[in-house]
Design a protein around this ligand. Structure first.
Ligand code: 13P
Ligand code: SF4
Length: 303
């Protein structure tokens, strides 16, 4: 029997590796991570780390983003087919066609996309900095297309009281969250505040007490005086919420808030890829040089 936890710790030291994990990973993966965060924190950490190897416990676009920002480092994704359904809702040929028909429109793209899509975009954003980045371009008087998440796009239009074009992609896990399920939780826990990720549809966001990225939701529930929360995002985030707030109570908005791709990573996958240095992520240099520009623009604008 291999003691995966201890072996991973040993290999990490031996190889000067760092383990990054997203809040949606399984609890035991979150517990062995050196850095746990949302898409924005993890991109910044991947860029700044002096480790030689990054093991990215998340989905493919996250590891690919780390490679784009840190091309000299070896980036490993423990489960190669851990994808993101939202990233599949846009393809390069369609975006290229839109760009040639709308040459003056700035393309602002959500980080949950392939490097190829990022390379075709002017700026990337995440759920943490989306409103800030979209309003930056609107204040400059630019026409924008926001891709691919229609829900974050519609939410930004509502909050900023501005109109712009949005792609019609979405995250099925957040998009199909049933409002009745959330209201059922509210009936069971009437004192609980509802907190939601902006990838949910507006009907959910409208009944929420707070809307934000995974990191913002975590910070909100930790600072709030409320003792109970109904959480409308992927259920993995309940783990750090509970660890940071052992006396508060957290309920998932619906049992359907479960991203199967995020849940594919197991300790043995982390161990195997670190031991054998397999599942390395590569990004074509001609794509990377353009993708890094749009990511650097985001990191600059979100300072
Ligand atoms: P965050 O940017 O809030 O971490 O969200 C990433 C994600 O995949 C949401 O579904
Ligand atoms: Fe992609 Fe949705 Fe899973 Fe986030 S929860 S990784 S957007 S499929």
């Amino acid at each position: 029997m291999i003691d995966y936890k201890n072996e991973i710790l040993r290999l990490k030291k031996e190889k000067n590796a760092v383990i990054l994990a997203h809040y949606y990973q399984e609890d035991d993966i979150q517990d062995i991570a050196d850095f746990l965060g949302d898409s924005l924190n993890l991109s910044q950490t991947a860029k700044d780390t002096d480790a030689d190897i990054i093991v990215f416990c998340g989905v493919h676009f996250m590891a690919e983003t780390a490679k784009v920002l840190s091309p000299q480092k070896k980036v490993l994704l423990p489960v190669m087919n851990a994808g993101c359904a939202m990233a599949n809702t846009i393809n390069a040929a369609d975006l290229q066609k839109y760009k040639s028909e709308h040459p003056d429109t700035k393309i602002v793209t959500y980080v949950n996309t392939t490097a190829e899509i990022k390379a075709l975009s002017d700026c990337i954003c995440t759920s943490t900095n989306g409103l800030k980045i979209i309003s930056h371009y609107l204040e400059q008087g630019d026409k924008i297309l926001y891709t691919p998440d229609q829900n974050l796009g519609k939410y930004a239009m509502k909050i900023l009281n501005k109109q712009f074009e949005v792609w019609n992609g979405c995250c099925p896990i957040h998009h199909y969250l049933d409002k009745n399920k959330v209201l059922e939780q509210k009936r069971l826990h009437p004192d609980a505040l509802i907190v939601a990720h902006p990838e949910c549809q507006l009907d959910i966001l409208e009944i929420s007490d707070y809307v934000g990225s995974t990191a913002q939701l975590l910070s909100f529930v930790s600072k709030s005086d409320a003792q109970e929360f109904i959480v409308c995002t992927e259920k993995g985030v309940l783990h750090p919420m509970q660890v940071k707030n052992p006396n508060k109570k957290f309920y998932i908005g619906s049992p359907t808030l479960n991203c199967h791709d995020m849940k594919k990573t197991r300790l043995e996958d982390v161990y195997d890829c670190l031991l054998n240095e397999t599942n390395e992520i590569f990004v074509d240099e001609s794509v990377r040089v353009n993708a890094v520009k749009s990511l650097d623009t985001m990191l600059e604008l979100s300072k």
